[in-house]
Design a protein around this ligand. Sequence first.
Ligand SMILES: NC(=O)c1ccc[n+]([C@@H]2O[C@H](COP(=O)([O-])OP(=O)(O)OC[C@H]3O[C@@H](n4cnc5c(N)ncnc54)[C@H](O)[C@@H]3O)[C@@H](O)[C@H]2O)c1
Length: 156
Amino acid sequence: MQLEGQSVIVTGAAGRLGAATVEALAAEGAAVLAVDIALDRVQELCDRVRSTGARVEAVQADVSAEHEVKTAISAAIDTFGGLDAIFNNAGLVGLEHNVGLLELNTEVWDRTMAVNLRSVMLCCKYALPALIARGGGSIINTSSDASLAGDIENYA
Ligand SMILES: NC(=O)c1ccc[n+]([C@@H]2O[C@H](COP(=O)([O-])OP(=O)(O)OC[C@H]3O[C@@H](n4cnc5c(N)ncnc54)[C@H](O)[C@@H]3O)[C@@H](O)[C@H]2O)c1
């Protein structure tokens, strides 16, 4: 129980990495605000994790929308009395849109940038004051090996 007394936000909480992280944090005693755009899936996760005795709350938010991020982070502070860490993990994996530039739909580009990049800026912006108020905390951002090297596999 190394995280007892700590409160943590996980975005993209209903997905593969997010759900596993929520479970791991809760098992270590953290109070977790699980944020996802998919309400049913994030509630289902929280119901399951809460049945182990953990303190976990579900919030539906689109992390690319500024007011929704602001509201979700306020909810964590109101519910848990502060914030110690945020895991910016929500993202569009988007394999179905993994196409070459000539076939790329501009709306898909814009949505991907909003969810995968803008959201991280917004979550950091609104979480930082709460982390500073606690005297420090952690910000963890999920990236991808796709940021290190291109992948020509699908264009051959
Ligand atoms: N799985 C991989 O192989 C892999 C590889 C590299 C990077 N990543 C990154 O890791 C992160 C998690 O990946 P995963 O495999 O768990 O993906 P996943 O698709 O299982 O989960 C992503 C979650 O994010 C949520 N989400 C999507 N848009 C959102 C939005 N606008 N607001 C709030 N929530 C939103 C989805 O509902 C979903 O529950 C993503 O950022 C992804 O890009 C994953």
